[in-house]
Design a binder for this molecule. Structure first.
Ligand code: R1P
Ligand code: URA
Length: 296
């Protein structure tokens, strides 16, 4: 892994609340489990923690809701990130700081913790064959959001060969952020895969409408982005679905030495123009599926 240069931090850099908790997430080290489930929707946090045997800690600030508890003897933190990779930058950076920096001195802890991040999200499928209400695991995140380019180590975690192939295939417009690709955790992938999941590259967009090819009043550019993504293939990998967080979770986790994997419930099929008739029921099935795999 890479050397991360953590010096003592200025009060404007590592920001703490009066109770010693970290600025946005509102948590102290004793509140964070090594297994972290991230969800976009703050209301989804209790949909996950309702299945815990016990809940030891709860907090909320803005859209970031956190519950920590245990299930089948396994300690888990579930946290909402809100929508988009800008929020992922905040949540992942702060959780890593809580795990690996002494918040009182600002110095790196002598032993670095490796966290496991599992995103339980919702997503739109690009191919007709991926039905609504099914579950897709993300082998890779393809970021069209630009976040990773603001970190010096990003080149070391990116799949540059796949990026180049996608850049050429898409005839990428250079006025947009350069797409980046990061692979997810193979260990978590093995743990969460079954005949109930399919696998694909997940495209992470910087918006829900234009960046995902949706047209209400404004025309997206390029107008055919969904076809461009759906038709890409590299070493047997296809881009299967759209959402708004995975690429940044994968990139930041890998640079910081953590494991990460996304499991998404398909609520929309963009090729067929369909939306799930009961997405909450399918999301609940995904939550129960993931908790069973992660704690048994
Ligand atoms: O359901 P969540 O986890 O929020 O995920 C998806 O849903 C939101 C858009 O509706 C975006 O955050 C997207 O990534
Ligand atoms: O189409 C979809 C569905 C859920 N979330 C997204 O970002 N896109």
């Amino acid at each position: 892994m890479f050397e991360i240069d953590f010096m003592s931090k200025a009060a404007s850099e590592l920001i703490l609340n009066p109770d010693g908790s970290i600025y946005h997430c509102n948590i102290r080290p004793e509140h964070l489990a090594d297994l972290v489930i991230t969800v976009g929707d703050p209301d989804r946090v209790e949909k996950v923690s309702q299945y815990f045997d016990s809940i030891e800690f709860q907090t909320r600030k803005r859209e970031i809701v956190t519950h920590t508890g245990s299930l089948n003897g396994k300690r888990i933190t579930v946290i909402s990130t809100g929508m988009g990779t800008d929020n992922i930058d905040i949540v992942l950076s702060e959780l890593d700081a809580v795990a690996n920096i002494n918040l009182e001195t600002g110095e790196l802890n002598p032993i670095q913790k490796e966290l496991q991040f599992v995103r339980l999200g919702t997503s739109g499928a690009l191919q007709k064959e991926i039905p609504v209400d099914s579950f897709v695991l993300s082998s890779h995140g393809l970021g069209m959001d630009g976040l990773l380019h603001f970190y010096e180590d990003s080149l070391m975690v990116r799949d540059l060969d796949m990026e180049e192939a996608f850049y050429d295939h898409s005839e990428w417009d250079d006025s947009k952020p350069v797409p980046y690709v990061v692979k997810g955790s193979t260990d978590l992938l093995e743990l969460l895969s079954s005949d109930q999941t399919s696998l694909g590259i997940t495209a992470t967009a910087c918006g829900f409408y234009g960046p995902q090819g949706r047209k209400l009043r404004l025309v997206p550019s390029p107008e055919n982005i969904n076809d461009v993504l759906a038709n890409f293939e590299f070493n047997g990998h296809k881009i299967t679905n759209f959402e708004m967080e995975t690429s940044a979770i994968y990139g930041l986790s890998k640079m910081l030495g953590h494991e990460a994997l996304s499991l998404n419930c398909i609520v929309a099929n963009r090729a067929l123009g369909e939306f799930s008739k009961d997405s909450y029921k399918s999301i609940d099935k995904m939550i129960q599926y993931a908790l069973e795999k992660l704690t048994n």
